[in-house]
Write a protein that binds this ligand. Sequence first.
Ligand code: NAD
Ligand code: G6P
Ligand code: MN
Length: 443
Amino acid sequence: MKKFSIVIAGGGSTFTPGIVLMLLDNLEKLPIRQIKFYDNNSERQKQIADACEIIIKEQAPEIKFLATTDPQEAFTDVDFVMAHIRVGLYAMRENDEKIPLKYGVIGQETCGPGGIAYGMRSIGGVLELIDYMEKYSPDAWMLNYSNPAAIVAEATRKLRPESKIINICDMPVGIEERMAKAVGLSSRKDMVVRYYGLNHFGWWTDIRDKDGNDLMPKIKEHVKEYGYSLKEEMEESQHTDASWMHTFAKAKEVYAVDPTTLPNTYLKYYFYPQDEVAHANPEYTRANEVMAGREKHVFGECNRITKAGTAKGTTLEVDEHASYIVDLARAIAYNTHERMLLIVENQGAVANFDETAMVEVPCIVGSNGPEPIVQGKIPCFQKGLMEQQVAVEKLVVEAWTEGSYQKLWQALMLSRIVPNARIAQEILDDLVEANKGFWPKLS
Ligand code: NAD
Ligand code: G6P
Ligand code: MN
């Protein structure tokens, strides 16, 4: 049986150890001969890599391991690039969140002005990874979950149309796990879903069990009462902080706006921006929470493992919910035709929507990539929202490509989260200043 070689780009990510543990846990599904880490920050990556090297030696000594900042070494002889970079690190995420808040506008990692600012930083970073992959391993596939996925996906569609990159998000996976739990199923994989939207901006329209029984009424009953909160919280490594619990509860109010569908949690930022501002602490945002929580824990624990020389008794957890990445790699490697939600060019999947939009829809995935499944025509409400939002995403990519201040201002103003053109411009001018050295020069 063929064994695969994988490079994790963003080796210094807080998610890397959980993903490595998850890969080691799934070796019978996806055999691996080599894991490489690539990052452009050697000091950050080394802390994660030294611990992961010990973990791999203890669990699967036959797997070759290497961490490097040299693109040639990293991208040569690989089958898959698993990409999760954060250009600008948490320091810049903190700016993305805090600058809009100064103007009474929500600041968020992937939505509104924060997501736009992050997009302007990410595009170049992800394109660079694609170019390394194509130069050193032209047959490889990139599985990208670097954010903001919507903007990154539009940039890769437009600027690298022939590249073998698949953009994927874990939020639907996380929500579906909650839905399954709410109706007493043991796994989201017992459900078959229909869904459409943009990344962090979509809706479920149909959810059935494997026998074809309609689960929507029962799930809706739950969401109407509790949102995506569970009476008994589930064991999960990622979405556990108090702010996530608030998000899951808030889904109840998001659902109320259109009870014919079930919403993605991220729609709360677009439907109730003022509530989010009221709930935010402009001195202590999600970036601060993550730095004090996940980042501190992961780096602290990795350093401890390295010092101890063993991972025995570690508190690092298998990121089981990231096993969708293995499903995706398997689908390509073994032509499994797995049905998965992916971010792909529309081309008629949402029949009455821009063909060139990057939409999130169920796809059948095989060795030749994803085949989107037609979701048909969508109603006026969702269509109106999506048209406005996709224009934001397209304008950001145009602004990045052309170095256009005007287009970026238009993108900000068009975001539902921003109240008017003046505030959009004030936020933009602050973001330009904060992102010097990360954004292309705008004029
Ligand atoms: P992190 O800052 O801990 O890790 C990111 C790493 O990327 C850092 O080590 C950084 O040095 C590195 N990096 C930055 N720019 C780079 C470049 N140009 N080339 C190579 N490496 C570079 O961040 P994190 O919180 O662990 O998140 C990582 C990424 O994963 C983020 O983009 C985050 O939004 C994304 N994410 C996406 C999903 C999804 O649903 N799509 C889920 C979780 C996380
Ligand atoms: C979800 C989203 C990701 C996002 C993450 C943020 O999983 O799908 O796109 O990056 O949440 O989580 P954090 O814990 O960093 O705020
Ligand atoms: Mn996501």
